[in-house]
Design a protein. Sequence first.
Length: 423
Amino acid sequence: FFGFGCFFFFPFITQIPFLGQKLAYYGWSFDPSPAYAGQGAIMGPVSGSSMLFGAILGYAIIGPLVYHLQWAPGSINDGTNGATAYLLWLALAILLADSIVSLSFILMSMLKSLFFLGKPTKSTESESLLALAQSKNSASYLVQDVNHDEQISMRLWLPGLLLSCALCAVTLSSFLTPWQSMIAVCIALIVALLALRALGETDLNPVSGVGKLSQLVFAILAPGRVLTNLAAGAVAEACATQAGDMLQDLKTGLLLGVSPKAQFHAQLLGSCASIFFTVALYRLYSSVFVIPSPDIPAPSALIWLDFANLCANGGAASDLKYLFPASSLAFIFGAFFSIAKHMFPTSSILPSPVALAIGLYLPPRFSLPRIIAALAAHAWSKLAPESHAAYMVVLASGLVLGEGLASVCTASAAALGAKPMYP
């Protein structure tokens, strides 16, 4: 909390040129953000090292290369015609390749389950082990029946689903026609099932990938409509995100013996309340800060927008040279590592394509604190595993939450007229 207050009043702290001003021009500065450190500690060493690989590849090799060859004529940090824009398209190609490969593996897994139900698989072996453990009165809390009165009834669930779909269509009526809304919702329900399957098998929810899948469909259904493409992708990603959250919440509630009906009502109230809070907070931040900007780059939003432009208009900025062959190579590169990651899921050597793409695009000052914290947390787990298991997540969550709360306070102070002391 204190740290972010210092960043607001002394913003020069967020760009420390630890390697000198010349390399700082190429993005190599350091932002000692507590929230970035907390996120890095949670995401782990594989994602952290993958981001480091991406940062080196992007801002030590590719970025300077395209800048000096004038393939990207703008400045290094120019998000339209500079190296940052070039790296964004390469990162997008890697993310798209990973999405396609991941969804292909999920579909193959589902088809295998459908066509080979009689053969023993890893999941059936796990169920047999669980049944054996339960028969010996050990770990019996893992499987328990829920009282019928505490379950969510079909009379509530089905009308609620139909009402939610109708509200979605009305809310997005400025961007989607009724038939487009219906198709977007149907795609969202299908890809949510794929995302839930991936979440259950890997503990990772491929929400970005399922959103891209919907955008690709609407590239055919609504060519040239950028906002329509964005809205369709947003519906799919929101559906997959909320489905994944509810899956984990309900499973945790089951293990703790919480009523599913009580959880459902609480989540419904929380969702209604969050509508007003999130809109109010966005209005507050956008009135004080420029979004996107060098300090608040909003990388995910830019990736969504550029992919929508690609789907709708079929191209990128004309000033970026040799972008198509470079993106094709990035797509092959991402597909290779994604396939290898799925074939050898326990390997700690193979980089995560998603984390690599994020590190490739984000300036190093945003990636470095995450990388350092991820490696520090890994070292902590090796040196003191008990204290790491007890306190790491709590400490990391506190860093993220503290900076988040501080940002609300500083944004409110800025809206009231407060200014940085040393800009």
